[in-house]
Write a protein that binds this ligand. Structure first.
Ligand SMILES: NC(=O)c1ccc[n+]([C@@H]2O[C@H](COP(=O)([O-])OP(=O)(O)OC[C@H]3O[C@@H](n4cnc5c(N)ncnc54)[C@H](OP(=O)(O)O)[C@@H]3O)[C@@H](O)[C@H]2O)c1
Length: 279
């Protein structure tokens, strides 16, 4: 994290430190309870893949060679500024089975202290979006005293709804079918007072939030690698988008030597509601 990046936009060709790059954005101050700041971060290959399908095991995975410490460090800087994370049932199942690592807490000491100094709770609240309502909770949520909400649709299975209610977990009904919809979800989180909301879910939830014009900023790391693969995931899942898919470049940085033998762009896009004047 002591390495430097080349800034291409705005004010091109300045060298800037990687460490602190996203922490300086002060995202926790960009939203209000009435209008929370909702942001997401993805890592994509040059050929637009964010994950590959593992057809033998009927799962998906992010190829290790496209991941870097610098990208993960920036991911965690974004995490540190959130008062609320949105994840989903699929991640909770993967975490429970040990298929994915735990990203539900801020662990780095400097970032924990940063939260304390900036008036944020020690750890963010966690929203689990799920249509199936079939997932385990992870012990770390209780250990860190995090508020947990389960977001689902009104038509989710009544037995599953009762199961979570009996355990005392609040449910947010934020869709008329069994799915969560973007606008009612963010509206419910705004009602709970959350102001900086970090979407750490995948393409289906990004689609849910963008389609309802609820995303304030997209961070996108583009590794300069073509990874191929016949079956893959890309940023979105749903049908064609209209103008809600138009984003505005706010910043572009270049890291020359990572991943080794290649490089990557760190990009930041806003939508009309929030542009670079808010940075
Ligand atoms: N490269 C990257 O930056 C990046 C980022 C994120 C993810 N990924 C990868 O991409 C692949 C797919 O991601 P993902 O599994 O996180 O994807 P996802 O498609 O966003 O989420 C899938 C799960 O989320 C729940 N869900 C999603 N939208 C919902 C809605 N509107 N209402 C209710 N529930 C909803 C469902 O849970 P239930 O089944 O419980 O109903 C569903 O199974 C994974 O391999 C992941 O590791 C890559």
């Amino acid at each position: 994290m002591h390495s430097k990046l080349l800034r291409f936009y705005p004010d091109p060709c300045k060298k800037v430190f990687l460490k602190g790059l996203y922490l300086n954005h002060q995202l926790h101050e960009l939203g209000t309870a009435a209008c929370p700041f909702v942001y997401a971060n993805f890592l994509s290959s040059l050929d637009g893949r964010i994950a590959l399908e593992d057809t033998a095991h009927q799962g998906t995975y992010i190829p290790k060679h496209i991941t870097t410490a610098s990208d993960f460090g920036l991911f965690m800087e974004l995490h540190a500024q959130a008062d609320c994370l949105i994840t989903h049932g699929g991640y909770m199942r993967a975490l429970g089975e040990g298929r994915l690592g735990n990203i539900l807490q801020v662990r780095n000491k400097d970032l924990v202290e940063w939260r304390r100094n900036h008036g944020l709770q020690p750890q963010p609240a966690v929203i689990i979006a799920s249509a199936s309502l079939n997932f385990p909770l992870h012990d770390s949520l209780k250990e860190h005293g995090q508020d947990v909400y389960i977001a689902t649709g009104r038509n989710a299975a009544p037995d599953s709804i009762r199961y979570w209610q009996d355990l005392g977990y609040p449910l947010l009904f934020t869709g008329e079918d069994n799915m969560v919809h973007g606008a009612p979800l963010i509206d419910a989180l705004s009602g709970l007072g959350y102001q900086s909301i970090y979407l750490i879910a995948g393409p289906q939830m990004l689609d849910t939030v963008i389609r309802d014009k609820q995303l304030s900023r997209l961070y996108l790391t583009m590794t300069h690698q073509l990874i191929g693969g016949k079956d893959f995931r890309t940023l979105l899942t749903g049908s064609m988008l209209g103008p809600e898919g138009n984003l505005i470049l706010e910043a572009l940085y270049y890291e020359q030597d990572s991943p080794p033998g290649s490089g990557q762009f760190f990009m930041q896009f806003g939508v009309e509601r929030f542009t670079d004047t808010d940075i």
